[in-house]
Design a protein around this ligand. Structure first.
Ligand code: APR
Length: 249
């Protein structure tokens, strides 16, 4: 493993165009369960019943049962060394941007500068009726949160059946098409169109480094350097190597 960590650090230090793609696995050590591992969110809430835009429009109160459980975890969650390690890479000029599928705001809270929120962010909500927007702290304690017009509010996150925000889609494609290294952390690679990002990067000639506790659909198919382990532990080791290499010049 150490040899692979060293190789990954070398690749990152030599490239000025490294891009990161993160998924729920990067926030598991911050106390937020992922979706598809054992004990993940979709084991307890069927995504067809709780995570599609149709389900929300049909019965927003029911969907808020799941959203309430998630928002309690989001409120308690703090960035872990994987989030702060990526932010440090950006500070060092070694990471252009972070494309995240997560809605937990932990990259920003961990000090990251350029974060592309592919699936939105749970810190803001809006009304499907009158489109009025709210910050999460404006509706503290209201469950389910309601708009002044009386309708139940929807978090500004992408439900299944909704489009990816156009700006996020375009920026992500442009970055993936031009990156030299793609660092993939904590995603199963199961969900489109986010899972096209590694393929786009690979076709552009990027070296793909994957950090995950277990192999994924990406690992044998396009990963060049697989670093198996918990995101915070592997990122800590990787950052030690990078800091040493940069210090040695
Ligand atoms: N460190 C590293 N990887 C981890 C850790 C950890 N501590 N814990 C779990 N993982 C890995 C799992 O092995 C899995 O491969 O993180 C991945 C999480 O996969 P998913 O639960 O499928 O989450 P994600 O890939 O982000 O899902 C994408 O699907 O349901 C939608 O909108 C939702 O954004 C989400 C999208």
């Amino acid at each position: 493993m150490q040899e692979r960590i060293t190789r990954a650090a070398q690749v990152i230090c030599q490239s000025k165009r490294t891009l990161a793609l993160t998924g729920a696995g990067i926030s598991v050590e911050s106390g937020i369960p992922d979706f598809r591992s054992r004990g993940g969110l979709w084991e307890r809430f069927d995504p067809i019943e709780y995570a599609t835009i149709e389900a929300f429009q049909a019965d927003p109160k029911k969907v808020w049962q799941m959203l309430e459980e998630v928002s309690v975890l989001l409120d308690q969650a703090r960035p872990n060394p994987a989030h702060t390690g990526l932010a440090r890479l950006q500070e060092m000029g070694l990471l252009q941007a972070i494309i995240t599928q997560n809605i937990d705001n932990l990259h920003q809270e961990g000090g990251a500068s350029r974060v592309i929120e592919y699936h939105g962010n749970a810190k803001t909500l809006f009304c499907l009726g009158c489109n009025q927007r709210y910050n999460a702290n404006e509706i503290e304690g209201q469950r389910p949160p309601k708009c002044d017009c009386g309708k139940i509010l929807k978090p500004n996150v992408v439900f299944f059946g909704e489009p990816i925000p156009r700006k996020a889609l375009q920026e992500s494609y442009d970055l993936a098409s031009n990156c030299g290294v793609l660092l993939v952390l904590g995603t199963s690679g199961e969900v489109a169109p986010a899972n096209t990002i590694p393929q786009t990067a690979k076709m552009a000639g990027a070296t793909v480094i994957e950090i995950n506790v277990e192999p994924t659909v990406l690992t044998n198919y396009l990963t060049d350097i697989f670093l198996q382990g918990k995101a915070s532990e592997v990122m800590t080791q990787l950052m030690e190597e990078v800091e040493t290499m940069v210090a040695q010049g």
